[in-house]
Design a protein around this ligand. Structure first.
Ligand code: HEM
Length: 319
């Protein structure tokens, strides 16, 4: 268990999250068809915690979409931003008295953290979330995770990851050295995520976000190259195309870290399952792992509010 759930479940939302984290309840929400009770500044809207989030979703959903229905560079950046904010937490650090970092908004609230080498490529989306925060007056930590989940469901085949708000923001930069490097060994990557309470199988599910990604800084001479042949679609081609023996496609840039995880004995089984059984299996695995990731370092989980029902509808087929 993570956060305050370690000390017990004291609310229905805490109970739901605890079951999601244990895998006994689905981490995906199925389209709620939410209608806001009033306009943004109405009292009716202000008394419903999720109302403002429905207006944010209405603004950022089209912003994340290409005219052909795929998700765009802003969506990719938002997904990566959600990961980079949340991953700045580790269990050993917390046990040593440094229980900070995590999904606390610090990547957009601390210039020091935003400026780190590992966050190269995120400055434009950081400016965007800062602009949205000013406009809507919500918490930064929530906004970053909400934007990541809207971005994910904007991508065709992307899961509708259950979404919670009420995190506490922090301007303290996350401890350094907690993000993975593209040239790390599989062992280092698996240990790094284990320290965040994320298993090897869950790491395998999360790196599938590279199904939609592009690289700009690993090899700047190949800037813009995607990690599978369908960037902008949350499909499982990424897993299939990284399996040992798969032929390398022209114009696709594989990260060494992904190649190693596709082969390691602790991750290759799950990797193969996602490749064989496709988006329905992977979407569920991704959602469960992402709910955990999005709550790292959050110590008021029992007090959160679920706003999954305001997310846009999922695109379950493409084209
Ligand atoms: C083994 C762990 C991981 C490593 C080593 C890694 C590394 C990278 C690297 C090097 C890039 C390219 C940055 C650039 O050159 O522009 C990238 C992009 C990206 N990563 Fe990861 N990543 C990992 C895990 C994850 C996870 C867990 C997520 C999300 C849940 C994620 C989401 C993304 C996305 C969406 C992009 C595309 C950004 C864009 O197109 O602008 N990554 N990652």
């Amino acid at each position: 268990m993570i956060g305050d759930l370690k000390d017990g479940v004291t609310s229905s939302v805490g109970s739901n999250i605890s079951k999601i984290l244990q895998g006994s309840v689905t981490a995906q929400d199925h389209d709620g068809g939410y209608v806001p009770p009033g306009t943004l500044n109405d009292t009716a809207c202000k008394t419903d915690t999720c109302c403002v989030w429905s207006y944010i979703a209405a603004e950022i959903y089209p912003f994340f979409q290409e005219t052909n229905g795929t998700c765009n560079q802003w969506a990719r950046r938002a997904i990566r931003l959600g990961f980079h904010d949340a991953a700045g937490w580790s269990k050993p650090n917390a046990a040593a008295g440094n229980d900070y970092g995590g999904a606390d908004g610090s990547i957009a609230l601390s210039a020091e953290e935003a400026g780190r080498q590992e966050n190269k490529g995120l400055s434009e989306i950081i400016s965007k979330v800062q602009e949205w925060q000013q406009k809507y007056g919500v918490g930064m930590a929530d906004l970053i995770q909400f934007a990541s989940n809207v971005a994910t469901v904007t991508c065709p085949l992307g899961p509708r990851v259950r979404t919670f708000v009420g995190r506490i923001d922090s301007t303290t930069p996350a401890p350094a050295g907690l993000l993975p490097d593209v040239f790390d060994s599989a062992d280092k990557l698996i240990c790094l995520f284990a320290d965040k309470t994320i298993s090897a199988g869950q790491l395998t599910a999360l790196v599938g976000a590279h199904s939609t990604s592009q690289q700009f800084f690993v090899d700047p001479s190949k800037a813009g190259q995607p990690q599978d042949d369908t960037p902008g679609v949350f499909d499982t081609n990424f897993y299939t195309q990284h399996r040992p023996g798969a032929s390398k496609l022209d114009g696709v840039f594989q990260f060494q870290s992904d190649v190693l995880l596709a082969r390691d004995t602790r991750t290759k089984g799950r990797w193969a399952e996602f490749s064989i059984f496709g988006a329905p299996l992977w979407g569920g695995g991704y959602a469960t792992a992402y709910v955990r990731l999005s709550l790292l370092g959050v110590n008021n989980i029992n007090n959160l509010t679920e706003c999954s029902h305001v997310l846009p509808k999922a695109h379950t087929s493409f084209p």
